[in-house]
Design a protein around this ligand. Structure first.
Ligand code: NAD
Length: 264
């Protein structure tokens, strides 16, 4: 179902990026590049894929998505190893400290935005440059044109609605939604689709590791009609749908995967 090459940022550990990399492998993608700031957790994901899908080739390269040059060097390495980039998922992200704007320092604002927004833009810029320069994969369905690539950015329900004490995070995720729409408009003529997912509260280390973060975020679970946390694999499934040719006419969309949270 996924001929070609997938690239996933923020793919270390047990969060949404790692689940997405594993889901690509399970769906038959045989060339997967993964990256994360944390080298050990990245290795965990690579090992997990290799043990369940020994025919899948995995390129893992640790690095910081906020670094000006990292995304370009990653995509260069992916292309020299695997030849192309067909599916790109920009998942690396951090939460901000739980302060209102008046108590938020410039350093904290810049830290969150340089990873969540600027890092997403730097990654997608490198991916889009490569996708626009390559031939599309052949389409086996005459009703669906060949696509040169598909980018999925990981935004958040907090890019659509907000919550107390998260101005830098909410702003960074709204920016990711805006970036997604702008790129969708600009790259349609290249047969590249650009969409994003907006997860609700998902059971990942980002939310679960620190007790004070859990205390701030878990009340939102009760607000959502489905009244439970989502699992990383449930977001990964939405991401794979958006990457797949089944979503061949889905462009510039911000897909919520949130148990109904933003509908309340
Ligand atoms: N878990 C949730 O409830 C939730 C909800 C909405 C959106 N999200 C978004 O989903 C994405 C994935 O988060 P997750 O919940 O899986 O958390 P996670 O902490 O498991 O994954 C985030 C990954 O990004 C990596 N990372 C952080 N800074 C980086 C940097 N500068 N360069 C490269 N990698 C970096 C981390 O090492 C980590 O492996 C994030 O963008 C997050 O904002 C999560």
């Amino acid at each position: 179902m996924f001929p070609g090459v997938a690239v996933i940022t923020g793919a270390g550990g047990t969060g949404i990026g790692a689940a997405t990399a594993k889901a690509f492998a399970a769906a038959g993608c045989e060339r997967i590049a993964i990256t994360d700031l944390n080298e050990d957790s990245l290795q965990q994901t690579a090992d997990a894929i290799k043990s369940t899908h020994p025919n899948t080739r995995v390129l893992s390269k640790a690095g910081n998505v906020a670094d000006d040059h990292f995304a370009d060097s990653l995509i260069e390495e992916v292309v020299s190893t695997f030849g192309r980039v067909d599916y790109a998922v920009n998942c690396a992200g951090v939460l901000g400290k739980p302060f209102r704007s008046a108590e938020t320092s410039l350093e904290e604002f810049d830290r969150v935005n340089s990873i969540n927004y600027r890092g997403c833009w730097l990654s997608s810029r490198a991916e889009l440059r490569q996708m626009a320069s390559q031939e599309g994969l052949p389409s086996h369905d005459p009703s669906r044109p060949s696509q040169k690539g598909s980018v999925v950015n990981v935004a958040s329900q907090l890019g659509i609605v907000s919550r107390p004490g998260a101005p830098a995070y909410c702003g960074s995720k709204s920016a990711v939604i805006g970036l997604t729409r702008a790129d969708a408009i600009d790259y349609s003529r290249d047969n590249i689709r650009v969409n994003c997912v907006c997860p609700g509260v998902i059971e990942t280390p980002l939310v679960m590791e620190k007790p004070e973060v859990r205390a701030a975020i878990l009340p939102a679970v009760e607000t959502a009609p489905m009244k439970r946390m989502g699992q990383p694999a449930e977001v990964a499934d939405a991401i794979l749908f958006l990457c797949s040719t089944q979503a061949s006419f889905v462009q510039g969309h911000a897909m919520v995967v949130d148990g109904g949270y933003v509908t309340v």
